[in-house]
Design a protein around this ligand. Structure first.
Ligand code: ADP
Length: 474
């Protein structure tokens, strides 16, 4: 179903989209699929709604978000199950995601009251200078399938807290979770047109979103290539853009690190969501002197992970999203083996039902000329590279084009700080493999993105500064 101007509806020409379960290859459901026309209608409604929504107080806007929190808590288990069915992550992880999704609504429900301006010292005694912060306007949001609920609230919560109205396009593979999240907004009785949901062909909807001059802001999470395309398309109408794009995270383990903690860090950042996260570890750099021991310990733990349909109990690693994703993972592993990589565990497809499963894999003896050392694998493959000293690893850890997340394990305080200074990434975890919280800015540098989500910075992305100079003289 599409959700436009506070109403659930079909598309104008009755088109539908099939949603498949990646764990079984079976059809879950068909949903209404709209295109350019419906997107234009949704933008029109969002434009109309903006006229009054921007005048609501922060307290009023926050109270709608607080209501949405209540509704989402009531539906949490149902949303989690939907996530598992349509994108495959284990149910427990899906529940964690929904809790995360709620935390963004909750945090911005409070923060809606805390939008501040500034006054500036004038250069003339008769002048008053001030800066006001006002909502940007109609916002188009495009979200990915790997976190199909939390990527929505991470965009919508700050947007509506700031006073913007939104038209959202979820990924075509995960529209059902988006519908469930929008049911919460509907039940929270958000005024008509404040949030709108359009499901359908990406390019068609994307073209309307980027070409329509009434859209003043575009917020996107997805691949770097699509992000670049959307930036180019948004240039004609000079939209404000936020881009959360690809990453290629290094995880560095120094010889002085707590090895158990580092192994747990890899399990968390590499095998959660089957490695399908933009902040997933892609390169594990281990000090030469401890590399064998580390590889053994890691492989021992990885072998314990259970692969299967995430809806069943006790599953650690679910399927990959589709057959293309599976082929990419396979090609990265084959390339690594051809270049003398040693498979410590895993390394093959798993034939369960008709799902897209791949064994959790650890590869030793990884080298900088392998595909996995520069391209995003987006799968459960952990390559171990070795390094000699700090100077060398600083050089190798920084990526030519990506700069999203980096992790480092060391028990040397000074070294930890030096790494923070040298690593060219937007998010850094020192002895911390799960640094993401709603109150902190999430975002990359270089080709990993523009702008932040979460925290105060996340709110500023939806606000425009207006400078006012008042001459009090007569
Ligand atoms: P992934 O490879 O992880 O699926 P994508 O960047 O292809 O990442 O997808 C992220 C989001 O961008 C999805 O909602 C997808 O439908 C959307 N998308 C893909 N191509 C386009 C496009 N040309 N215009 C607008 N949205 C697009």
């Amino acid at each position: 179903m599409l959700y436009i101007n506070g109403e659930w509806r079909k598309s104008n020409c009755g088109d539908t989209l099939e949603v498949m379960n990646p764990a079984t290859g079976q059809l879950i459901k068909s949903v209404a699929s709209g295109g350019r026309e419906e997107t234009r209608e949704a933008i029109e409604c969002a434009k109309e709604a903006f006229k009054t929504w921007k005048k609501a107080t922060g307290e009023q806007r926050g109270s709608y978000l607080a209501e949405a929190v209540k509704k989402m808590k009531e539906k949490a288990d149902d949303i989690a199950e939907t996530i598992t069915l349509e994108m495959g992550k284990p149910l427990l992880d899906a529940k964690r995601e929904v809790a995360g999704a709620i935390s963004y609504l909750d945090w911005y429900a409070e923060e809606a009251k805390r939008i501040y301006g500034e006054t500036i010292a004038a250069s003339h005694p008769d002048k008053h200078l001030m800066v006001l912060r006002e909502p940007v306007g109609v916002t188009a949001a495009i979200t990915p399938w790997n976190f199909p609920s939390s990527m929505i609230t991470r965009k919508i919560a700050p947007a509506i807290a700031a006073g913007c109205t939104v038209v959202l396009k979820p990924a075509p593979s995960t529209p059902l979770s988006a519908i469930k999240v929008f049911e919460c907004f509907h039940e929270a009785e958000l005024p008509k047109g404040v949030v709108n949901l359009v499901i359908g062909p990406a390019e068609e909807i994307g073209d309307e979103m980027t070409e329509n001059p009434d859209v003043r802001k575009l917020t996107f999470t997805g691949s770097t290539n699509v992000g670049k395309l959307l930036m180019r398309k948004s240039a004609n109408t000079v939209k404000k853009v936020s881009m959360e794009l690809g990453g290629h995270a290094p995880l560095i383990v120094f010889a002085d690190a707590d090895l158990e903690a580092a192994v747990q860090g890899v399990l968390l950042t590499k095998f959660r969501n089957a490695g399908q996260t933009c902040i997933s570890t892609n390169r594990i750099y281990v000090a030469e002197s401890i590399a064998n021991e580390f590889g053994k310990k890691l492989a021992q733990e990885v072998e314990k992970l259970t692969v299967g349909n995430g809806i069943e109990e006790g599953i650690d690693v679910g399927p990959l999203i589709n057959s293309l994703a599976l082929e990419k993972v396979e090609s990265h592993v084959e390339d690594a083996i051809r270049k003398n990589g040693k498979v410590l565990c895993g390394g093959r497809r798993v034939e369960i039902t008709k799902g897209h499963f791949y064994e959790p894999t650890v590869i030793n003896n990884a080298h900088d000329d392998m595909k996995i050392s520069t391209e995003e694998t987006f799968g459960p493959v952990a390559p171990i590279f070795t390094f000699k000293d700090e100077a060398e690893i600083i050089q190798r850890a920084n990526h030519e084009s990506y700069g999203l997340a980096a992790y480092c394990f060391t028990n040397d305080l000074g070294r930890g700080h030096r790494m923070v200074k040298e690593l060219e990434y937007g998010i850094i975890g020192i002895n911390d493999a799960s640094p993401i919280v709603p109150q902190a800015p999430f975002g990359g540098i270089k080709e990993s993105g523009i702008g932040k989500e979460g925290g105060k910075s996340g709110l500023l992305e939806y606000l425009e500064e207006k400078f006012v100079s008042i001459n009090m003289g007569n």
